[in-house]
Design a protein around this ligand. Sequence first.
Ligand SMILES: Nc1ncnc2c1ncn2[C@@H]1O[C@H](COP(=O)(O)OP(=O)(O)OP(=O)(O)O)[C@@H](O)[C@H]1O
Ligand SMILES: [Mg+2]
Length: 243
Amino acid sequence: MTALLEVTGLSKRFGAVVVADEVSFVIDIGTCLGMIGPNGAGKSSVFNLIAGTLPPDGGSIRFDGVDVTRVPSFRRARAGIVRAFQIPQPFPKLTVYENLLVAAQYGGGLAGSAAEEWSVAVLRKFGLADKAELLGGRLTLLDRKRLELAKAVASKARLLLLDEIAGGLTEREVEELAALIVELKRDHAVIWIEHIAHALRAASDRILLLHFGKKLLDGPPGEVLSSPVVRQIYMGLAADEAA
Ligand SMILES: Nc1ncnc2c1ncn2[C@@H]1O[C@H](COP(=O)(O)OP(=O)(O)OP(=O)(O)O)[C@@H](O)[C@H]1O
Ligand SMILES: [Mg+2]
């Protein structure tokens, strides 16, 4: 059986800066892969390569059994590869429900009552039903992040690429977000780049360490986070502070 996402020998450099050095990994629905690495390691660039906003120098990306290495980003999004960013950007003048409806229609390709029913189901799933009529721009930061993830789900994402989405949240809110990601990974594959080790540990099944574009480790969270390699790379910090 093929995995949902298969990255093989992915390579990319900007002049002397190597952001992906023969990176290979697979991920399936039901799994959250945490990604760590120092600033500039190439984590966001790997997301750009997977999402198709950056062309690789070498290697291949297969999604759902199809080689998408040369497929444009909008087609990959349609196929279910969806990114979420640190700063969520809901349509501020649309309500929460309308935001989801737009995602269901334009991302998910649904129309009419199918789009409406799907949007209501996603609202409920994310605990946003009582905020359905609020404007997107009026939500708290945590709810905007919830809405960002809900929009991805409404657009029929299958692989979620989450790039440091916990930024700006309180400790308790980060825990809520991690719990939400645990829920999400039941029906999705998730790759979560984050610098907060305990949040990654809570949600991830594996953690991948990237350094100068090279995959140095890919294994169980506890093992990776306490590895001497991680300690060394983060210059002697305790592993739990480090990632
Ligand atoms: N389009 C680009 N052109 C040239 N250099 C780039 C480009 N995009 C990224 N880089 C460089 O590639 C390196 C890796 O950047 P990237 O954003 O992928 O790192 P990162 O691991 O996400 O870091 P951070 O933890 O700071 O978000 C950096 O040195 C960056 O300056
Ligand atoms: Mg980054």
